[in-house]
Design a protein around this ligand. Structure first.
Ligand code: BG6
Length: 460
């Protein structure tokens, strides 16, 4: 970060400062940045929420979450230094009159510019916050906003949110965060694809049989039932995280390493997604819900929201025509595991398929399965593997920043390369909207699965 850029960053306002995301991800990430000396010395962090907390009560809560979730070692000394940056501000985010007082409060902290507004709230609050901020005298040129997914609940609401944001913030100061783009092994996919001739030449339909992108979780909806029940796995995970991964796996090599070139290559993939044949929706989409989901807090008793989804997409271009991409995600499954599995065509009936597995989490690494002759006199083919576990190496683990750490820092540096671009979001919403419409019209089948299982048995 250059000296000038450090000076430009004065603070962050977290709308949703008492929410799960702030506690679990944002404060631990900010604590890590603080410990690494990446935050400017007077940088302020204001948590905004509806609850009645004093500063010290709030800091105590933040402290416990930071202890539990920070990547770097928690120490009382570091935290007592870090906490000087933090304050709590209570307000009703829907009431636009209260933003005038907020701006007076910001003036009192000398936050007259260089501020990041972090929208860590559910999408229905995005527009009220933007409209409220319009009433203030906050420096618009330098103000940045980070907006959390889902960027709306439908394509129309996503557009409305974006249009509102554009009226207030400069287009280049709007950062749509998709924290998967900040994960080490997702950033690594491009290097793996384009810097290894053994993969580069065979990354197409002539050699690849299928691609699977899985993001499995063991946790349920926890205390996010209110949000999740309106969203579901398709909007919560597939429309954003999994589509982003798919577009990086599938894109053509970008013309250069600029953010624009990469985004443009990704965008072309979304434009070539095979049109949905509504009447055959069951062949490409399977939705399921874990037993017990309807008893979760703030979830409707007759909810039909999916907590598991499997989607098959195809990309209609020269590179990929006919190759299925399977995108799967689910909550309350037996294992937490996110990975990309690229399966190559087998060369003969006796040979196993070569699989390249890019492990995203919890382990980070790359594994390659290949065929070898079994030792001895027979000619039996055996499958063996090379396994590179990046996160098993202690130095790597300690030096790998958390996704949120990396992304907050990128935003402070005005580097947009790890953020989603509005055009991509629009295109992926388009697809998901069509998918949901077709599903509602021609299927509506919902399967069920046991918590702790591998998902619906119909899919196993
Ligand atoms: C979030 C989703 O974007 O990603 C959550 O809203 C999900 O429902 C989370 O649990 C998964 O993130 P990670 O980094 O734990 O894989």
């Amino acid at each position: 970060m250059t000296g000038q850029e450090i000076m430009n960053n004065k603070g962050m306002l977290i709308f949703g400062g008492t929410g799960d995301l702030a506690y679990r991800k944002l404060f631990p990430a900010l604590y890590n940045l603080h410990c690494l000396g990446e935050l400017p010395s007077n940088y302020k962090i204001i948590g905004i929420g509806r609850r009645e907390y004093s500063n010290s009560e709030y800091i105590e809560i933040v402290k416990n979450w930071t202890k539990e979730n920070s990547r770097l070692k928690y120490t009382e000394d570091d935290f007592s230094d870090f906490q000087k940056r933090i304050s709590y501000y209570k307000m009703d985010m829907k009431n636009s009159d209260e933003y005038i007082e907020l701006s007076t409060y910001m003036d009192s902290l000398e936050l007259d510019g260089g501020v990041i507004y972090y929208y860590a709230v559910s999408p229905e609050l995005f527009s009220p916050i933007t409209k409220g901020l319009k009433k203030t005298n906050i420096n618009r040129k330098s103000a940045k906003v980070i907006i959390e997914k889902p960027f709306g609940e439908t394509l129309d609401s996503a557009r409305e949110i974006y249009m509102d944001l554009k009226k207030y913030f400069k287009k280049d100061n709007i950062y749509h965060i998709d924290h998967y783009l900040g994960k080490e092994m997702i950033i690594n996919i491009m290097t793996l694809r384009f810097e290894n001739s053994i993969f580069k030449g065979v990354w197409n339909k002539d050699f690849i049989e299928k691609v699977e992108i899985n993001a499995y979780e063991t946790l349920g909806v926890e205390n996010r039932g209110g949000y999740y029940d309106k969203s579901g796995a398709l909007a919560d995970m597939i429309q954003n995280h999994l589509f982003q991964i798919m577009s990086i796996v599938a894109m053509e090599e970008p013309e250069d390493s600029s953010s624009e070139a990469i985004k443009s290559a990704q965008q072309k993939v979304f434009k070539k997604l095979k049109k949905i044949n509504s009447k055959k929706i069951d062949e490409i989409l399977m939705l399921a819900q874990y037993n017990g989901y309807r008893d979760e807090e703030r979830v409707s008793k007759d909810s039909t929201t999916e907590t598991y989804a499997q989607l098959k997409v195809e990309i209609e271009n020269d590179r990929w025509k006919g190759v299925p991409f399977y995108l799967r995600t689910g909550k309350m499954l037996s294992q937490r595991e996110s990975e990309v599995i690229v399966s190559f065509k087998s060369t003969s009936e006796n040979a196993h398929r070569n699989n390249l597995i890019i492990k995203i989490q919890p382990d980070e690494g790359v594994k390659l399965n290949f065929n070898i002759k079994k030792p001895g006199t027979s000619n039996v083919i055996e499958e063996v593997n090379m396994d590179f576990c990046q996160s098993c190496i202690l130095d790597n683990r300690e030096n790998t920043p958390e996704a949120y750490e990396r992304l907050i820092k990128s935003c402070m540096e005005s580097d947009r390369s790890l953020f989603s671009q509005w055009k991509q979001i629009e295109l992926s919403w388009h697809y998901i909207n069509d998918l949901i419409d077709s599903y509602k019209k021609y299927s509506n089948k919902l399967y069920f699965y046991e918590p702790g299982s591998k998902g619906p048995i119909e899919n196993n």
